[in-house]
Design a protein around this ligand. Structure first.
Ligand code: ZN
Length: 246
């Protein structure tokens, strides 16, 4: 079942050109933010517990390279996973967290440029080829546009440089919320929750004993809360704990 969320359309319904424009805009915002962070601030904390900005910036760089591997897979049919293993992914992030800021800036910008060039050059068959993500989902290669969009826009907020979820395009917010609520529904972890997004239909989850926890606010506030990043923008439900997402 697909409860409509406020924000109207979904990312997946947009044309490829529109999707590429949104991912490019998010990438650009992220890269500009990285440029603006002083070298001395790279070791500062992010919204992700245990990760400094260097961890996060390195991760976003490695993510672009990992998505490029999925495009290799789509083009050649030869299985090239995003990461050799979860341990490998984490080790790579820990290693790059010790790099100098200049090297991290180069990583995140060059890997993004390479990924964008690969998207531009991908042929029709490859866009529709099936690949498997690091989380084990089998998707068409064009899903990499959404995976990267989610990554750059949400991690822009995670950099903790004063940008919050109100900076994200509504279609991105609506699509992130759809991802999160689908996951909760599949896992059965949100029973008794009712989300009220301004201007949208309520999103209700089955109640066991009839008790309902209400969470209410503008779309950016509900997404911030649902993604586990605080309740500052909510009107109601500050004390409700968001079920685990990723
Ligand atoms: Zn990430």
């Amino acid at each position: 079942m697909t409860a409509p969320t406020s924000g109207g359309e979904r990312f997946a319904d947009l044309s490829r050109t529109e999707r590429q424009t949104i991912v490019a805009a998010g990438t650009d915002r992220f890269l500009r933010a990285v440029d603006d962070i002083a070298d001395t601030e790279f070791t500062g904390p992010t919204l992700l517990s245990g990760w400094t900005r260097s961890h996060l910036i390195g991760h976003v760089g490695h993510n672009a390279t990992a998505l490029t591997r999925l495009l290799d897979w789509a083009e050649t049919g030869v299985r090239t996973p995003m990461y050799a293993s979860p341990d490998d992914r984490n080790r790579e992030i820990d290693d790059s967290a010790r790099w100098e800021p200049a090297r991290l800036r180069d990583l995140v910008s060059h890997s993004a440029t390479r990924l964008a060039a690969r998207w531009d050059a991908l042929d029709v068959a490859a866009w529709h080829a099936q690949v498997t993500t690091a989380q084990g989902r089998t998707v068409h290669a064009e899903e990499t546009l959404w995976m990267r969009t989610r990554e750059v826009w949400i991690h822009l907020v995670d950099l903790d440089i004063g940008v919050d979820f109100t900076a994200l395009p509504r279609v991105v917010l609506a699509s992130v919320l759809a991802d999160i609520t689908a996951k909760w529904r599949a896992a059965g972890t949100a029973d008794g929750l009712a989300l009220h997004v301004d201007g949208g239909e309520p999103i209700a989850f089955p109640t066991g004993d009839g008790a309902v926890s209400h969470v209410e606010g503008p779309l950016p506030g509900v997404v911030q809360w649902a993604s586990g990043r605080g309740s500052a923008l909510l009107r109601r439900g500050h004390d409700v704990r968001a079920p685990h997402w990723l």
